[in-house]
Design a protein around this ligand. Structure first.
Ligand code: V07
Length: 255
């Protein structure tokens, strides 16, 4: 086997195995600020272009037959950023709705949002609810935004709810298993695709940063230096190719 060592492979060079596609792909969309800085643009220009990438990658993932695409849009820690940046980020679900939801409906994509939605500004909440409502009858890929989401907070909330239900006698402590915990996490409604087989982080950082914690127990992690606004259909295919190579290697041991 000759490996292609060129940094950017083209579509034609990436031969994906349709029988080994990941069902659930999760992405930490990092590098928007750095992309803008390189161009002497304000950080929000990076977020704006980053949103166009969300659309490109959503369409590509849907075409590849992926069942769930989870995107980390805003973390519970992102409130610490400058107010103007936070305000701009909070306007993006509304822009996204106006610009992209008609095309998502055409593509049969269903929007889901996980996170502490109640804490968002009113206009953001309205845009999020509209995106969910207008795509609720779609039966294709689920585009799952993590918005005001944190992995540890999610686990804390789930534990509180499990303890409350145990106190009420709704569940027996002795019956709590990993399946119980799956059912109380924010990914419960993605079943049977709760857990991503593949987690991608762009922009060269190699950390999880409080994204999905429980759900990535067995995920393949792919880190790429590409900044999120530069991420593309080919970059997604390359990450999946990388995933499939690893999967094959482990399969080979059993053969
Ligand atoms: C955000 C664009 C992508 C790059 C990373 C950060 C900035 C899409 C949404 C969104 C969220 C919920 C929803 C519809 C769209 C979004 C935020 C930031 C806060 F129902 N992109 N995007 N939300 N970015």
């Amino acid at each position: 086997m000759v490996f292609n060592l060129k940094k950017n492979k083209t579509s034609e060079e990436i031969q994906l195995d349709p029988d080994k596609m990941p069902n659930h792909v999760a992405i930490i969309m990092d590098g928007n600020g750095r992309w803008a800085k390189k161009r002497h643009l304000p950080r929000i220009a990076g977020h704006k272009t980053g949103m166009d990438t969300v659309k490109t990658v959503t369409m590509a993932a849907s075409d590849l037959g992926i069942k769930v695409l989870t995107l980390y849009a805003f973390s519970t820690e992102n409130w610490k950023r400058p107010e103007t940046e936070v305000n701009y980020l909070m306007s993006l679900p509304g822009t996204f709705f106006d610009k992209f939801v008609p095309e998502l409906i055409e593509k049969n994509v269903k929007v889901n949002v996980m996170g502490y939605i109640d804490q968002l500004p009113n206009e953001t909440k309205i845009a999020v609810r509209k995106a969910i409502e207008d795509t609720k009858n779609n039966t294709g890929m689920v585009l799952n935004f993590a918005l005001n989401y944190g992995g540890r907070a999610e686990i804390v909330t789930a534990m509180q709810e499990i303890a409350a239900d145990a106190t009420k006698g709704k569940i027996d402590v002795a019956d709590i298993t990993d399946k119980t915990i799956d059912q109380y996490l924010m990914t419960a409604n993605l079943a049977p695709y709760n857990d991503p087989e593949l987690l991608i982080r762009t922009s060269g950082e190699e950390r999880i940063s409080n994204f999905l914690l429980w759900q990535i127990a067995y995920s393949e992690l792919v880190f790429t230096d590409t900044l999120w606004p530069d991420f593309s259909e080919d970059a997604l295919k390359d990450a999946i190719f990388n995933y499939q190579k690893r999967d094959r290697r482990f399969g080979g041991i059993k053969e």
